[in-house]
Design a protein around this ligand. Sequence first.
Ligand SMILES: CC(=O)N[C@H]1[C@@H](OP(=O)(O)OP(=O)(O)OC[C@H]2O[C@@H](n3ccc(=O)[nH]c3=O)[C@H](O)[C@@H]2O)O[C@H](CO)[C@@H](O)[C@@H]1O[C@H](C)C(=O)N[C@@H](C)C(=O)N[C@H](CCC(=O)O)C(=O)O
Ligand SMILES: Nc1ncnc2c1ncn2[C@@H]1O[C@H](COP(=O)(O)OP(=O)(O)OP(=O)(O)O)[C@@H](O)[C@H]1O
Length: 535
Amino acid sequence: MTGSPPTALRPQHPSPRSLRGLAEAFGFEVRGRIDELDVTGVAISTGAVHGGDLYVGVPGRNAHGADYAAKAAANGAIALLTDVAGAERAADAGLPILVTPDARAALGEVAAWIHRTAENPAALFGVTGTNGKTSVVYLLYAILRQLGVTAGLTSTAERRIGDEAVTSSLTTPEASELHALLARMREVDVRAVGIEVSAQALSRHRVDGIVFDVVGFTNLSHDHLDDYASMSEYFHAKRELFTPERARRGVVTIESEWGARLVAESRIPVTTLAIGEDAPDAPDAPGAPDAPGAPGAPGADADWRLDVLEEAPTHTAFRLTGPGGRELATRIPLIGRYNAANAALAIVMLVEAGNDLDLIAAAVADHGIDAYIPGRTERVSGTRGPVVYIDYGHTPDAFAHALDAIRRTTDGRVVMVFGADGDRDTTKRAQMGAIAARGADVVVITDFHPRWEDPAAIRAALVEGARAAVPDREIHEIADQRAAFRAALALVGEGDAILYAGPGHEDYQEVAGVKHPYSARDDARLALQEAGWLE
Ligand SMILES: CC(=O)N[C@H]1[C@@H](OP(=O)(O)OP(=O)(O)OC[C@H]2O[C@@H](n3ccc(=O)[nH]c3=O)[C@H](O)[C@@H]2O)O[C@H](CO)[C@@H](O)[C@@H]1O[C@H](C)C(=O)N[C@@H](C)C(=O)N[C@H](CCC(=O)O)C(=O)O
Ligand SMILES: Nc1ncnc2c1ncn2[C@@H]1O[C@H](COP(=O)(O)OP(=O)(O)OP(=O)(O)O)[C@@H](O)[C@H]1O
């Protein structure tokens, strides 16, 4: 096939449904002629419209989607669903209009109806938390495949059905895309799906029309305080997943006060998972696991307990002990106690969904969990020279965990390369700088996605945070990412490690609205070759 790659996975054999039936099922006011019209899909953005779709026009930050109804019609939409204001704006667009007070709030159920996603559903696993969602979803996917289950996933990195994958734009797709994806998955007999659920998705109705079988919570720490006024508001957005309207059962990692709070405030039955001793030093407030009010030894009376048995640059081995002393011991090809925690959460979620622990243990007995997580402390170096990890961490807590994991498995020096997102939560930058300075021997501050911000100002905030925390730390400020990585590489040798946090799986850098091609993974491999460390 030529042309642009598909941006979404949709059913290939949709079964048309009557638009009149839709309007009646939801009690929508109808403006225009809709009899004889059948709908085969639904889209919230004109770029995603396929022939036969219902286009849903919602108000946004920049525009009202209804203003694009004519464009949707040109792309093949057969009708518009919108609010009263939208209906007036689109009166001359040439499409019949269904009117509802809040079209975004209706979207999930409408998409579920059009795609019949409630019929013969796969087991649905939802994962939320500040860090680790993508990782848990990939670990679920890997274990399910080892159990012989046809699985799918949706994450920040990609939407995936077996070997078919598309790159993601949002962490959690809009409900229109999500239900289409589930319908496509049903066509190819996917029986279990891991879905990463961001706080924004819960606040913006993106997982409406779904009841998860099991939901999991990783942790909560400082992020997205540009979107939420406080950590409590951010927590409340995530807590929404632990309600009977959204899920049947939950598993909560009790690593911090937030996990304990979620257990206390959950409105669905929850199972708890405690992490053994030796968590890394947590960042300071806000959102610190050891913030005031945290209960004593977290997880002392949890249902499940994780103990890390071995940490190496290539793998982590752990034991999981559950109710009645049931045990599973295995390994993951990933570094870090936090990744063992992610794997443990995935396993307990599978058990809560009815999978037998012994069967899971048998499936992962030979080689451990066979997971590949793109751009999450991904080792790009070879057998010689420094160990180089490319990571997606972009929060203080992620920095702390990744640095801790690398420090534990590195005899030599640790150099950290990183930048910070422009046009995103600016309040975490000083802390990111501070944690890097505390955890690494040398810090190289570079640009990430400046977007519309002045990149020099972003770097300055990071440098200031680093200097304030460790005044004599060796700090380099190098705007160009390729040059920054090469400068880091020049500082290390056999036995040392580089953590390049930020770019992860991404293949671009966004500057002033333009996406420039840049893959940190590819460039790091190239630099390693240039330095003679990699064939
Ligand atoms: C701030 C925010 O939530 N923006 C979302 C919003 O865009 P917007 O309000 O800017 O939209 P707009 O430009 O005003 O347009 C209004 C409507 O007209 C439509 N439109 C507009 C122009 C056009 O030509 N055709 C068209 O159809 C748009 O699709 C939209 O529905 O509606 C769009 C689709 O309806 C979303 O894709 C978009 O998410 C943007 C990309 C985003 O960045 N969201 C962030 C906050 C987010 O959700 N992030 C989390 C990250 C979680 C994590 O880090 O863990 C996530 O889940 O991804
Ligand atoms: N359980 C965890 N606790 C703390 N940090 C973690 C954990 N798991 C992963 N991380 C760190 O967070 C980074 C992002 O991991 P991951 O992509 O799995 O999280 P996420 O919640 O999906 O974030 P995003 O939605 O932004 O992708 C990792 O690269 C790693 O540095």
